[in-house]
Write a protein that binds this ligand. Structure first.
Ligand SMILES: Cc1cc2nc3c(=O)[nH]c(=O)nc-3n(C[C@H](O)[C@H](O)[C@H](O)COP(=O)(O)OP(=O)(O)OC[C@H]3O[C@@H](n4cnc5c(N)ncnc54)[C@H](O)[C@@H]3O)c2cc1C
Length: 392
């Protein structure tokens, strides 16, 4: 073995990779993490200051162990570092008579309530009148209703990534940033990872390349992944303090069509200026190296006039900032967490589909269990790579 041999290499140090590197180093593994940019950065899927986390995961029971374990890890990380990673703002999921979200094909308000009932999570169902009374900035239609979960809130994604990378480095991780991985070879006794700057070998490899994951998959599995450009906008508030996490919950507002989906986020006092708004689009896919990173005036106007004004008071038509962010989607909206089809030396992670961050701390732990122990504590049978298989 050469001097550049490691127990584990992690390719991609965003939400999933930083968590995996941290967990591996906690276990005493000699690990190398490589990223083409310098995480946390704004080129992938994990930027934008806040990410929603809920305790009742309406997307399905299979996600519950991941969010529960992630919550424990976030709390441990906060205790170890003193860094605030989570703000408990409460969270609302608002919908009309049929609140069908893209990542859940039934009524997402009802689905969240069902999971909350089953797992003993506190929540309320609020009518439109109750919503107006409790959250006067919101202007629902009479036909709207909401699932309100007081224990939900927002994570700080850049801090979560930075904290886990710092701790990993403190535990001996070698981290190479600004180094693009160009490929890898699976051998009988090791894996070799090639980059623009060199080659490294390891016993095991975790591929957590986010929107670029298809570059690392066999040709037969690439078409099962698509990447969609999404937008994050920050608009000026008349009084930003009214959006503080102690006074304002996150809102996921499921409209009558997919194009009406809209979210507004609480604004932590040490967060980015303005109030963050997002929507989703599923009609046009892109490639991460070709996507337009510019948010147009038309897109800003659509966010303000069509999606925000009818639902929320207190924001001015003054966009302070906008960013492009990438969803990596599978056809069923579920994650990929599995061994590579050619070898159990390689673990593949593609947990995005717009709802992965809240689970990322536990996913990192699971990826390391797969790589080092050959199996995982949690059931990952729903996340098989074989779902993506397409004969060429
Ligand atoms: C707008 C938006 C809003 C979202 N909101 C939520 C939310 O509220 N709640 C929630 O739970 N989830 C949310 N998500 C989803 C969540 O953010 C993602 O699931 C998660 O961030 C994905 O993490 P990742 O590690 O897979 O990707 P990333 O964090 O993007 O990491 C991938 C890394 O791989 C690196 N890489 C790629 N190719 C190479 C290469 N060749 N060599 C070296 N490095 C490479 C990249 O540089 C990058 O750092 C949202 C996503 C978006 C885009």
């Amino acid at each position: 073995m050469t001097a550049k041999h490691y127990g584990l290499i992690v390719v991609g140090l965003g939400a999933m990779g930083s968590a995996a590197l941290y967990q591996a180093c906690k276990r005493g593994v000699k690990a190398l993490g490589i990223d083409r940019f310098t995480p946390p950065h704004t080129m992938g899927s994990s930027h934008g200051d806040t990410r929603i986390t809920r305790n009742a995961i309406g997307e399905g029971e299979v996600y519950m162990p991941f969010v529960e374990r992630s919550n424990e890890i976030w709390r441990d990380l906060e205790a170890a570092t003193g860094s605030a990673l989570f703000h408990q703002s409460g969270g609302l999921i608002i919908g009309g008579e049929k609140a069908v979200a893209f990542h859940y094909q039934g009524d997402f308000v009802d689905a969240s309530a069902r999971i909350a009932d089953k797992f003993g999570i506190a929540y309320e169902i609020l009518s439109a009148d109750e919503l107006r009374e409790r959250f006067p900035l919101l202007t629902p239609r009479d036909s709207d209703r909401a699932y309100y979960e007081p224990g939900a809130g927002v994570l700080r994604p850049e801090r979560c990534i930075q904290t886990q990378l710092d701790l990993a480095r403190g535990d001996g991780a070698i981290i190479h940033t600004g180094e693009k991985v160009t490929g890898y070879e699976i051998g009988a006794s090791a894996v070799t990872v090639n980059t623009e700057k060199g080659s490294y070998s390891a016993d095991k490899l975790i591929l957590s390349a986010g929107a670029w994951i298809a570059d690392f998959l066999p040709a037969t599995h690439r078409a099962g992944i698509r990447v969609n450009r999404q937008l994050i906008h920050w608009f000026e508030a008349e009084d930003r303090d009214r959006f503080h996490p102690e006074r304002f919950p996150f809102v996921i507002w499921i409209g009558d069509t997919l194009e009406d989906f809209w979210s507004v986020f609480p604004a932590p006092s040490d967060g980015m200026a303005g109030v963050k708004l997002v929507t989703e689009q599923y009609h046009t896919s892109t490639a991460p190296d070709e996507v337009s990173r510019v948010v147009t005036e038309e897109e800003a106007a659509d966010m303000y006039h069509r999606l925000t004004r009818p639902r929320l008071k207190g924001l001015r038509e003054n966009q302070l900032l906008a960013e492009v962010c990438l969803y990596t989607l599978t056809a069923d909206e579920d994650f990929v967490i599995d061994f590579h089809p050619a070898s159990e030396r390689v673990v593949v992670a593609s947990p995005c589909s717009g709802h992965g961050f809240k689970h990322s701390a536990a996913i990192g732990e699971t990826l390391v269990q797969l790589a080092l122990d050959g199996g995982s504590a949690f059931d990952i049978s729903a996340f098989k790579l074989a779902r993506l298989f397409n004969p060429l």
